[in-house]
Ligand binder design. Structure first.
Ligand SMILES: CC(C)(COP(=O)(O)OP(=O)(O)OC[C@H]1O[C@@H](n2cnc3c(N)ncnc32)[C@H](O)[C@@H]1OP(=O)(O)O)[C@@H](O)C(=O)NCCC(=O)NCCS
Length: 285
């Protein structure tokens, strides 16, 4: 069997997306969880967008000239994000995943990223072992939270749509919480979705690109995140990712009727700043 790695193109979206859907469906259903992608078209659509986006590096694995998997590096921010990595379920556990990870790490070091991050499905022993062997440390245990929109407002914390003029304040806040900004993701969100900010005492104290699987949020305090979560019309995709170490926010979500869809893990390799503030990571890390 001959394994070849090459960079991806939008023409790979159909096959890579179908593999991505099948890989997540197989592992989720084997553990009694709902698959992350509800249909192949959703995975194909996401990969089509990533394969065409100049901010993502992609790598495709071919086994005997047949596509067997793919991986991505989100290069839009100071810290790079790894994934989604998926290998055709019929050829898993044969080191293809390791090769796909090596490829994005080589790219990250060529591009001088100080650190890489990813989100791991908490029930998946194989990916947990692989990432730990590759040098990733566990940073946060996450609960993917889902449920009906809360329709809750927090006194003195006004949530409104984000505008271009807010970007610098949001980036400053992100640097304060994470030590780096996520400017590329925020600008993408301004074009593609409806990001929100929260104002308190006349200044921006929190923002969310979206409260959902593919969005991140930061706040000076838990009140800022409660305001953003409370104002969200829905929790997009499988749900939003909540660091369970933040017991106060976690219990607030649970006491307001939200439920845990699945456990997940935030892992990183290289530079990592312990956050100082409240945050919700995105699945792209
Ligand atoms: C995760 C995934 C990409 C890994 O790819 P793969 O080709 O199956 O994995 P590999 O064979 O390269 O590596 C698996 C490693 O884990 C080790 N491993 C597997 N199960 C293990 C366990 N229970 N305990 C310890 N080690 C284990 C293997 O020995 C191997 O280690 P090695 O590289 O040192 O030999 C693939 O399984 C997949 O697509 N899974 C479904 C989708 C998914 O979960 N994606 C990741 C999202 S977080």
């Amino acid at each position: 069997m001959k394994l070849k790695l090459r960079s991806g193109t939008p023409a790979d979206a159909e096959i890579c997306g179908t593999i991505c859907y099948a890989a997540f469906k197989t592992i989720s259903e084997a553990h009694g969880f709902t698959p992350d992608f509800p249909a192949p078209e959703v995975a194909i659509g996401l990969l089509k967008w990533m394969l065409a986006h100049p901010g993502f590096y992609s790598v495709v694995a071919e086994l005997d000239d047949r596509i067997a998997g793919s991986n991505f590096l989100d290069e839009r921010n100071t810290i790079a994000g790894v994934g989604p990595i998926t290998v055709d379920p019929t050829v898993q556990n044969r080191a293809i995943g390791r090769r796909l990870m090596d490829a994005v790490h080589e790219r990250a070091s060529e591009r001088n990223f100080p650190g890489v991050r990813l989100i791991q499905s908490g029930f998946h022993t194989r990916s947990l072992s692989l990432y730990a062997k590759l040098g990733y440390d566990v940073r946060e245990h996450l609960a993917c939270m889902q449920g009906d929109a809360l329709g809750i407002s927090i006194k003195g914390h006004i949530v409104r749509p984000t505008t271009e003029a807010d970007v610098e304040s949001c980036n400053r806040l992100c640097r304060q919480v994470h030590g780096h900004d996520r400017d590329g993701e925020l600008r993408d969100a301004l074009e593609r979705s409806s990001p929100t900010v929260v104002e308190h005492d006349g200044r921006i104290t929190g923002y969310a690109t979206v409260i959902g699987f593919f969005g991140h949020a930061v706040g000076e305090t838990n009140k800022d995140l409660k305001a953003l979560i409370g104002a969200a019309k829905e929790f997009a995709g499988p749900g939003f990712l909540l660091p369970t170490r933040n017991g106060e926010l976690f219990r607030w979500c649970l006491s307001n009727g939200l439920r845990i869809a699945q456990p997940m893990t935030l892992m990183s390799k290289g530079l990592y700043n312990e956050p100082s503030g409240s945050f919700l990571p995105s699945i792209l890390y």
